[in-house]
Write a protein that binds this ligand. Structure first.
Ligand SMILES: Cc1cc2nc3c(=O)[nH]c(=O)nc-3n(C[C@H](O)[C@H](O)[C@H](O)COP(=O)(O)O)c2cc1C
Length: 291
């Protein structure tokens, strides 16, 4: 079950999706038992930004019949406070740490990459590119040119693996190719799909942020297709996610070309879902290899 992802040894192929598992709160709730039973083989932090962000006004969630729309808006403590307070606590989890970062310019991304990569607790960085570049007005991850130029700007800043988290809101294969050309060591997908919901009591949008991102079971067929397309287009490893709630779902993404998979929305229903998915996946892979 062990896999090597960008030179990082993982005990099994199941990670968490950024922003879907609060390991510090979970440690407070479950104590050291969490460490003995940690559900993921590496931990991906929630996306951090250079300065603290309050996130979007409530309501922030809307459940659909088979998915979840979130309009959380990346609330976080900001880079300095993350490095000082959160990172030492995350380092106690005992698994490799991947820190997710998002900036709105090359200069902001450069500050994040330099600050995070300098810390020995960090094994790799994930660049969340589902954000506008204030200099061009374009969503970085929706443009191959923007993505390649961002990578060219930050690649020289660290030898640590850089993973680019792709958006499903455009066809991701050309963006994945551009990320790899710019020097990305891996790509991960899918992030959430733009979506909205109407207030049942009136015609206005329900979410405080007006719109949000859809995740969960509803997006799994889209994730499967996009992972397959991206894996066929690049030679760097692919981390697949989107609606995974069983080992069979994880196996489908691996069969589509993913090296590792991530569990996201399912962890809100069952915080130990990652562990269950990993053990179901082990049975699934054994069954497939014996056929
Ligand atoms: C509540 C919530 C918060 C999220 N926060 C982040 C985030 O901070 N950074 C990020 O790159 N993706 C974030 N995501 C996207 C997930 O990491 C994942 O890409 C997406 O939800 C698809 O996987 P899933 O269907 O298994 O949830 C978030 C998703 C949810 C549901």
């Amino acid at each position: 079950m062990s896999v090597r992802l960008c030179g990082i040894e993982l005990a099994h192929p199941v990670l968490n999706g950024s922003g879907t598992f609060d390991a510090i709160a979970a440690r407070r709730a479950f104590g050291d038992e969490l460490l003995a039973q940690f559900p993921f083989s590496a931990f991906v932090s929630k996306t951090i930004t250079p300065e603290p962000r309050a996130g979007n006004p409530p309501p922030r969630l809307w459940e659909t019949p088979s998915g979840l729309i979130n309009s959380i808006g990346l609330p976080n403590r900001g880079l300095e406070s993350f490095l000082e307070s959160d990172l030492p606590q995350l380092a106690e989890l005992g698994v490799p740490l991947i820190v997710s970062v998002m900036g709105t310019s090359h200069a902001e991304f450069a500050r994040l990459v330099t600050g995070v990569a300098a810390r020995e607790e960090v094994s790799a960085l994930e660049l969340n590119v589902s954000c506008p570049n204030v200099e061009s007005g374009l969503i970085v991850g929706e443009s191959p040119g923007e993505t390649c130029s961002l990578l060219e700007a930050v690649r020289p800043l660290t030898p640590k693996p850089l993973i680019v988290k792709l958006t499903p809101n455009v066809s991701p294969a050309p963006v994945a190719v551009a990320a790899a050309e710019g020097g990305a060591d891996a790509v991960s997908l899918i992030n959430t799909l733009r979506a909205t919901a109407t207030d049942p009591g009136g015609g206005r949008p329900w979410l405080g942020g007006g719109r949000g991102g859809l995740s969960g079971a509803a997006v799994r067929p889209i994730a499967l297709l996009q992972v397959r397309e991206v894996a066929a287009a690049v030679t760097v490893p692919v981390i697949g996610m989107g609606g995974v709630s069983t080992g069979a779902h994880a196996g489908d993404l691996i069969e589509a070309g993913a090296t590792a998979v991530a569990v996201g929305t399912e962890s809100f229903r069952d915080p130990m879902a990652g562990r269950r998915v990993a053990s179901e996946l082990e049975r699934e892979l054994r069954r497939l290899s014996s056929v």
